[in-house]
Design a protein around this ligand. Sequence first.
Ligand code: GLU
Length: 442
Amino acid sequence: MSTPIVRFAPSPTGRLHVGNVRTALMNALFAQAEQGTFILRIDDTDLERSTAEFEQGIKDDLSWLGVTWGRTFKQSERFGMYDAAAAKLKADGLLYACYETSDELDRQRKLLRVAGKPPVYNRAALELTDEQKSAYEAEGRTPHWRFKLSGGTVTWTDMVRGDQTIDMSSLSDPVLIRGDGSYLYTLPSVVDDIEAKITHVIRGEDHVTNSGAQIEIFRALSDHLPQFAHTPLLVGADGKSLSKRLGSLSMLELREQGIEPMSIASLLAKIGTSDSVEIRHSLEALASEFSFDKIGRAPARFDERDLTALNAKLLHETHYDAVADRVPGDAAFWNIVRANIEKISDVDDWADIVLKPMAGEIAEEDKDFCHAAADFLPDTVLPETWSELIGYLKTETGRKGKGLFMPLRLALTAQAHGPSMDDMLVLLGAEKAKARLHGETA
Ligand code: GLU
């Protein structure tokens, strides 16, 4: 295979969400696995809805995930190329002017449906004479432009879906240019894929039918034709579409919730594949395991609970050096508390308990017991001190199990759960531990 050139082509009309990030990752991981090039194309032909802020937001989100691009460009800077391609198609009789209003088209579709026929455009505009066209224009109508499909079949071997056949006669000729002169995504995308020599178009399966039309446009414009890979869409844990919930599943939102980039990347790269969902610590690791053959045909289930669990797993395995600038305390503190957090900000709660002055919780009936514990503690606590303390108190008081250790944990940390007390006692140090066991703020 020649070196792949792929592209991720978001529209800057919103922030990235788990759905389009999955497409971005599939492109990025494939490119990385094959030492190819990843292009970031900004699909901003919709000048009304596209904003510079969203474009920047998309770039920030990708960078945060660790996805880098070898080249980036915006469609809004390339109208000259699209106009030239449109002119060629017009000259070849493949792009034709239509004057129907949307009401007229609606009516036609309804009539076809009532007659039990598929609502395919009737190509009446192909029969218009120059006089009729001039008459429409004199009426103030501006044409929209449709691409003339072959009416035959288009076939390709999809890298995910296998052999595909689309019966083009069942489709309406697609509108490539609207009445106001603006481009729909279909033509600019093909023109850009030809110019950038894209070798693989990797995108969601909602584009399968578009691919039929786009393949015919590729053939009309050049000898270049990429391969296609259409990945199944994401659904929620309940099997239902995520479309209504995508706002809350934006990278921005998940990042604010404390989800780490590799938790998201690991989940999105593995769901819907034959690999099990496990944490990976780098995109390189995910890339080395990437294969289109592993992607199944069924929708990929995205469950936020998996994301939280993976995030906790990732943090439990994360070395101090990787988080040193984001957490309070030192390596010893991190190594002890990391197993008790789900997101990095949870570290702050443990920092408050270990590093800041506070009083623990001591029930009236446990006061003497805690005093005895304080008196037993040596001036320097070691990892074995906790078990020595427990052994001593067990013999002295006859307490056992929870009644033995829980009053101490509560007195020292004010929490019923947490890191092992052997470690916590060392982190707190003798002075603080004694004071807290005496009921003081320390
Ligand atoms: N901007 C298009 C979209 O987001 C790109 C589709 C494609 O990858 O061709 O749907």
